[in-house]
Design a protein around this ligand. Structure first.
Ligand SMILES: Cc1cc2nc3c(=O)[nH]c(=O)nc-3n(C[C@H](O)[C@H](O)[C@H](O)COP(=O)(O)OP(=O)(O)OC[C@H]3O[C@@H](n4cnc5c(N)ncnc54)[C@H](O)[C@@H]3O)c2cc1C
Ligand code: FES
Length: 274
């Protein structure tokens, strides 16, 4: 939410804490000078002074208003600098932008939350939003894949989630280590055998493009409807507000019309998995 006439105006934001999740992912706890309310699935633009700006999806509970967390994988210039941030540093934050997950549409439905790697960041926020109104949903299924046990994000919370009765929980890694007693295999290998009414269930998928592609194909094989598969399309973005055209994606602007799209809306567009 931005005040005044300048849509690019950032809100001064203090870094409260930096949490190392994996060798490549850190969670940054932020306190914006003005309170920011976001819907799960929306994104923000974070500016590191003197370096640049990049889009991220908050990973924290939307109902917690006095801070916001973003979980960020080191990819290049801006994310590299974000990984060097320390408690007390100041960054800029603008947003939230885009469409979130339509929770009301999931009411009385079975909901499959399917993540890969750092794709768990927006899904963590989604899970907390679902937990906040758990009785609205028939059952929640959580399936997550990481490359190795070391690459699992939110390790302590994931352990707590595995014990929740209302969550049908499974995780897998592509390659285990000597301490790993869980499943080994890509995330599509843990989608079989769910006691789910596939034709009516909702699926929310977020992860690297290759994971989203093969997960979507698998979900369709299982019987999910195209209209019930929600994908977070993290296209290249700049302005975040439908002005610059960087995120143009077929007939859509990913920043404004998305980043959450149902598969039926985008499946005929070229290069959607790039
Ligand atoms: C709506 C949205 C939400 C996002 N949420 C998160 C999040 O919660 N956590 C997170 O870690 N990342 C998220 N990303 C991706 C993140 O914005 C990019 O990793 C970041 O912009 C890279 O900036 P950089 O300056 O560090 O890298 P650069 O120096 O710009 O580039 C490094 C490499 O990353 C590639 N890259 C740049 N931008 C993107 C992008 N948008 N997607 C994929 N590859 C890219 C470049 O092609 C290059 O190969 C999100 C992206 C979008 C569009
Ligand atoms: S990022 Fe500028 S139009 Fe979408």
């Amino acid at each position: 939410m931005h005040k005044g006439n300048n849509p690019y105006r950032s809100i001064e934001t203090e870094v409260l804490e930096v949490i190392t999740e994996t060798p490549t992912i850190k969670t940054i706890r932020l306190k914006p000078e003005e309170q920011i309310t976001f819907a799960t699935g929306q994104f923000i633009e974070l500016t590191v002074p003197g370096i640049g700006e990049a889009p991220f999806t908050p990973s924290s509970r939307p109902s917690v208003k006095d801070m916001m967390e973003v979980s960020i994988m080191k990819a290049g210039k801006v994310t590299g600098k974000i990984h060097e941030l320390k408690k007390g540093d100041i960054v800029g934050l603008r947003g939230p932008y885009g469409t979130g997950y339509p929770l009301d549409h999931f009411k009385d439905k079975e909901v499959l939350v399917l993540g890969g790697g750092v794709g768990l960041a927006p899904l963590r926020s989604l899970l907390y939003a679902l937990f906040d109104r758990i009785n609205d949903f028939k059952r929640i299924y959580f399936r997550y894949g990481a490359r190795t046990p070391l690459d699992i994000v939110y390790k302590e919370e994931v352990k707590l989630w595995s014990g929740r009765d209302e969550l049908d929980f499974q995780i897998t890694v592509d390659a285990g280590d000597e301490g790993w007693k869980g499943r080994v295999g890509v995330v599509t290998t843990i989608l079989d055998g769910m006691a789910i009414d596939y034709s009516k269930a909702m699926a929310i998928v977020c992860g690297p493009p290759i994971m989203m592609k093969f997960s979507t194909f698998k979900l369709i094989d299982l019987g999910f409807e195209d209209t019930n598969i929600y994908l977070s399309m993290e296209k290249n973005m700049s302005c975040g507000i439908g002005k610059c055209g960087h995120c143009r994606f077929g007939t859509y602007y990913a920043c404004k019309d998305g980043p959450v799209f149902t598969y039926d809306r985008i499946k005929n567009l070229p290069n959607i998995w790039d």
